[in-house]
Write a new protein. Structure first.
Length: 271
């Protein structure tokens, strides 16, 4: 049986998510933490995974304060055994996996001529192999339970190259392809697969510099004239996870303030 969160006095935007179970990787900080907390507000059970154990504890405390049931798994998901540990914990505690959010990623960027092959190996393992293996385990559990939703966190770098963005952009292009291919394979099992592509997003990596608008040289290149927030990304994930998106699969939803709509930005965009 899937345990029910304490929903007394709480109401999410998507009632169909209440009482269901979500696995969120890279949940310790930034976008991942915001996604986990947003799904907690939707009255879901949470399995939060990250290799940053100390920050993951903070995420768990926040989720518990929101009244949701949560299991923390401190794990390096580049290791296949760690992937199994996450899903074994989810099934043992909650009995089901209904939503998977593949958010964990390595974000390092270097010039191609300065790049060491160790970075390539790390980003392929973190940004591609880990989501692949997590999705495989999740799909197995979902197919036994009538279906579910997988959301992968991509990037505008999948379609618009960053300066010094290899191999990160390459791996995010792979994520978009993974979302489409899995949507085709898993659709008959009732499993939807989509990706969310953040643009310029203010996270813990980008502390406030001039209030809420961000550096003018970056903001000027965004059609909406502001950076995104982690809550903007989390809102898109919650929508795609819900039955409101029941006929949406194999898509990439860019949450980027209009960056990818431009033929070219007016200057070198420092995403």
């Amino acid at each position: 049986m899937t345990s029910m969160p304490n929903t007394e006095g709480r109401a999410g935007r998507y009632p169909d998510l209440a009482g269901r179970t979500a696995v969120v990787t890279g949940a310790a900080k930034g976008i991942g933490k915001s996604i986990a907390c947003r799904l907690a507000r939707e009255c879901m059970n949470l399995v939060a995974a990250d290799k940053d154990c100390e920050s993951l504890d903070d995420t768990v405390r926040t989720i518990e304060e929101l009244g949701a049931a949560v299991v923390a798994v401190c794990a390096d998901l580049t290791q296949p055994d760690a992937v199994d540990a996450v899903f074994d914990a989810a099934l043992e505690r909650f009995g089901a996996v209904d939503v998977l959010v593949n958010n964990a990623a390595d974000l390092q960027r270097r010039h191609l001529l300065e790049e060491h092959r160790d970075l390539l190996d790390l980003q392929l393992a973190t940004n591609v192999r880990s989501p692949y293996l997590c999705s495989q385990r999740a799909a197995s559990a979902m197919s036994a339970n009538g279906g579910g939703s997988i959301v992968l966190v991509s990037s505008v770098g999948a379609d618009r190259a960053h300066q010094h963005g290899l191999p990160y952009d390459m791996t995010k292009g792979a994520i978009n392809s993974l979302a489409r291919a899995m949507a085709v394979e898993l659709g008959p099992l009732g499993i939807r697969v989509n990706a969310v592509g953040p643009g310029v997003t203010r996270t813990y990596r980008w502390p406030p510099e001039d209030g809420t608008t961000g550096p003018p040289e970056i903001v000027s290149q965004i059609p909406l004239k502001r950076p995104g927030t982690v809550d903007d990304i989390a809102a898109a994930v919650a929508f795609l996870a819900s039955c409101e998106a029941s006929y949406i699969t194999g898509q990439v939803l860019y949450v980027d303030g209009g960056i990818t709509a431009q033929l070219s930005p007016p200057g070198p965009l420092a995403l």
